[in-house]
Design a protein around this ligand. Sequence first.
Ligand code: ADP
Ligand code: MG
Length: 345
Amino acid sequence: MGEPGIIKKLSEEVVNRIAAGEIVQRPSNALKELIENSLDAKSSSIVITVKAGGLKFLQIQDNGAGIRSEDLDIVCERFTTSKLTKYEDLKEICTYGFRGEALASISHIAHLTILTKTASAKCAYKASYENGKLKSPIKPCAGNNGTQITVEDLFYNVIARKKALRSPTEEYSHIMEVVGGYAIHNSHVGFTLKKFGENTDLKTPFKSTVIENVRIIHGNAIARELMEIELEEPTLKLSLRGCITNVNYSHKKGTMLLFINHRLVDSQSIRKAVDSVYSTYLPKNSHSFVYLSLELDPRNVDVNVHPTKHEVQFLYEEQIIEKIKSCIESKLLSCNSTRVMYTQA
Ligand code: ADP
Ligand code: MG
């Protein structure tokens, strides 16, 4: 029999790093949080620049409200937020994400720099962080209104994670997916994505539309076959809007963009349900393009099934999925019949 191990308490720094590594599993998870912060700050333009799939360098520049210089010393500590004050708010809002935890988490596993200016400040301020704390005094400097957040050397101190993410190309494709998704969902905001020192890969204009952005990001073959859907179900506290391809379009892979309460998420059960409706109309093994935005009572959504909060569960799932299915089905039927009449005419 071996000697029993000695139980020791982990240092706070190590605990925080482990927790952060669970929340941020890859660059695209961090980017999603940063995009949501820029959207929360009412930005109309968001520019993202990436090096090595975001592993070396991930920068997001917005033109939103900015951060007050007085707040810069605590902004990266855990549970610091400008978005809720009372516990009662938390019940409704906490389901969206990790209130006050995103910047803190990132600062535990990367070098994080904030350059920010509010409209009323005379100049911008720059601050760098490590493990939730300021690394050096805040510096006044030149800068535009809004916030620029730079994340460098992500996972530099989480060696196992760094080794697991070896392909910048794959990480970049996840980043494209996240930026593309948020650009479609927030079509009033202009999004730009580029690799450092290279041409722009994705650019949507300010005050665009969902369909126009699908055209820019996924091409005209999808955009021209899109139909809008809409549904209100007060009894289930469900409201749905979206764009789905008609039966003329099919693709061997297919795309499902799902937002629940404005967060990009995944739900295997919704995915399956949508596929099952289309399977009657599309050739075997082919799929549709579907963008769905669901708004549910936040109290009915459980985002805690996965640490990155990507996969969600919600109450009344069966009933809600039935409603989504019948909404899509009736839209497909209506377009199918017009197509038949058109060919007969
Ligand atoms: P949360 O978004 O849950 O409040 P974060 O750690 O993501 O937590 O951000 C902490 C705080 O930093 C926010 O509440 C907000 O006040 C400020 N902040 C972060 N990013 C931005 C941004 N791009 N523009 C303005 N304020 C920001
Ligand atoms: Mg946030």
